[in-house]
Design a protein around this ligand. Sequence first.
Ligand code: GDP
Length: 312
Amino acid sequence: MNQQLKILVTGSSGMVGGALVRVLKKHSCVVLTPTHSQLDLRDQGAVNRYFDEQRPDYVYHLAAIVGGIHANNTYPAKFIYDNTMMHSNVIQAAYAHGVKKLLFPGSACTYPKLAAQPMHESSFLDGKVEPTNIAYAAAKINGIVMCQAYRREHGFNAIVPMPTNAYGVGDNFNPNASHVIPALMKRFHEAKLNNSAEEVLWGSGTPLREFIYVDDLADAFIFLMEHYNSENIINVGTMQEISIAMLAQEIAQVVGYKGKLSLDTSKPDGAPRKCLDSAALFAMGWQPKVSLQDGLQRMYQHHFSEAAVAVA
Ligand code: GDP
């Protein structure tokens, strides 16, 4: 990307936005990263004024209210209102200000709960989504269809990657909200320090999941920004699945936790399998670069090494 280009990244304080900004800053372009206090994306007037003043060439709209099952159930109005307002304002302003291209990530949770696995792009809107995150999914679906509609009616180049579960530096370690990788990494780390003999995993350990390291996801977003121009959504995954029990062993090894791992089958498993069919992206020549073990090591080193803990 050349020197004069201005790239707006909303949500740059999040895990994916942070990784994207780190990569973009290595290119010689101007990266705009307004914080929430500098720009409330729910405020249409403020968003329009920002675009008037800054005139970005490219937009990655990554800002979103996200959370686990508990947050989705507790704040469904916030999830649907904030997310719909933010992407509506950004997509409309980007189009109206002549932005060359916009990337808006969808979410695997917009696919039907009972979609065939691995989930292909064609299963989008082909069945009912998981009801516990309907408000979040409905907002995402609105944003996806908006991107498609602005392309059809106005020729606006808006693209929608559908990322699989991301993990890595900048992840959410809050035990009330975290997904499986940060949850287990934190618990195993504390268990190692406390010499705990046993740690408990939720569920049966058999569910299969796919994970992408956050730098690979950022890399895929940049690749798609440079090479993909279609109204069709496109999956971004690794095509590598792992059971939760195997994942727990990998994390224990990286952390150096040597105690026993047991299962609490009274806790929910969630979906038995959640994996994306990323054949279309791979056929374009993109491949993930960071193995699960390497990604876990980088994440552990960043957040739990002695130097990281001393700074925190
Ligand atoms: P999901 O992919 O939407 O189901 O989200 P999660 O990352 O929260 O959970 C993935 C799988 O890991 C589920 O089968 C959980 O039951 C399992 N799991 C095992 N231990 C834990 C844990 O300590 N925290 C979380 N979040 N999930 C766990």
